[in-house]
Design a protein around this ligand. Sequence first.
Ligand code: AMP
Length: 547
Amino acid sequence: MHGLMMDTPLLISDLIRHADRHHGATEIVSQRVESPLLDGSAPRHRYTYHDAHARAQRLANALASLGIGASDRVATLAWNGFRHFELYYAVSGVGAVIHTINPRLFAEQIIYIANHAEDRALFVDLTFVPLIEKIAASLTTVKHIIVMTDRAHMPATQLPNVLCFEDLIEAADAHFGWPQMDEHMASSLCYTSGTTGNPKGVLYSHRSTLLHAFAAALPDALNLSARDVILPVVPMFHVNAWGLPYSCALTGAKLVFPGQHLDGRSLHTLFETEQVTMSAGVPTVWLGLLNYMQENKLRFSSLRAVVIGGSACPPAMLNAFQDGFGVQVIHAWGMTEMSPLGTAATFKAKHVQADAKTRQAVQSKQGRVLFGVDMKIVDSDGNTLPNDGQAFGDLHVKGPWVTQTYFKNEGGDPLRDGWFPTGDVATIDADGYMQITDRSKDVIKSGGEWISSIDLENIAVAHPDIAEAAVIGIAHPKWDERPIVVAVKKPNASVTREALLAFFEGKVAKWWLPDDVVFVEQLPHTATGKLSKLTLRGQFKDYTLPA
Ligand code: AMP
């Protein structure tokens, strides 16, 4: 017997309609990409969910006038801002697919993914016009390039058929009714760059996006409400800004978009003037903010929590936020293939009264699964390993917002017995808290055992003189591989190689102790702000371990 409830599809357009109806006066504030402005307008754009919905509907009509129809791909190269937000809703709302391209990729990668996605239109922020001028001739499917600005700020460009975003909106009819459609229709597309082969597209659906938005908003996940002011530092071109543009509309939280300036000073100013309560980003961004705050002896007056993910949150960063600034850290883990949220490290009841050390250990883990995601760890033969917090193996996941296959079936069937192999190596403890010990390709194999590069990096950055550190395995004739630390010192720091090596003693098993420390000016990062161990290993290919 079927239940007798309404069969209402889960559609992205319903999020913005809901936000307009029930939180219509709530603000969306954006640091303009055009600033500093020559025409006297304010550097910050402010409007409401009601205004955003009205403009998204005009934009939907404008897309139709450009010939964009169901399932067409519409690309963006843009920072976090109100026009990008409108595109999120207008493009998916008409049944087309928003393809958010990471502008930090190499030009050849951008050309590859835009052509692979067969993008028909490309919306670009002013910042990226010079980039597009260089590659436009190679974008074989793009029919329209729209610059995300107003007439006054349109750049002088030789690009053919360039349109102005505000002209399009102005010319479009204000009346629009969001179409009803199958909730399984594709809504957005993100490419993920593996270390080998071409980038692969992850194609989200309306259903997967809404279920993820519900789960992400829950108290033991990102804990969002209509009383919050959320500043997504994580870019809208990196896995849909971790779903925040959707979850904020769902809960009616005020949104603050930071534009292109993500340095400590710019962020702190925005946090304070907009009274931000919660923010989300990768550790590199928080490092910049914390340094700026400490150097200038500043405080936060409204910030209650930060979500840290994308790479492991070092315990030193956890303590700096919580003990130094009274800001709660929510350590979270996920990946492009998971929309992205999989786990969040929030407490269970028994941890509330636990001692500081226990609580820190819980929060340093990547956390418990959100309802909807299932996970397990397996050995190299695919046997499930125990959840004892000790055994570590390849982490596999499944769930309604986990990818089943890549766009155009690139790379073949990624699943193993119906589970998605994440490429991460992890432990899971008896309470269900998962801890990443490494990417499977970064784990250091020494004498038949595994050494976690993340554990060693966490120790290195806990040293007061170290700003950033990466640990990589170097080939060794007897042990297979041995770990070395490649570290960046803080300005004016005096720590020596010997002192840093001594800092590891007593913190890990003897055979985990790094064989060497090499100080560098900077470490290589990927387009999403993670340490690029691939590049680093390349840089150290001729390095030899001390005898
Ligand atoms: P991406 O698809 O670019 O978001 O990268 C996903 C990968 O980032 C994951 O598979 C992990 O290796 C890594 N990652 C994400 N969050 C964390 C975290 N909290 N701790 C450690 N690694 C993380």
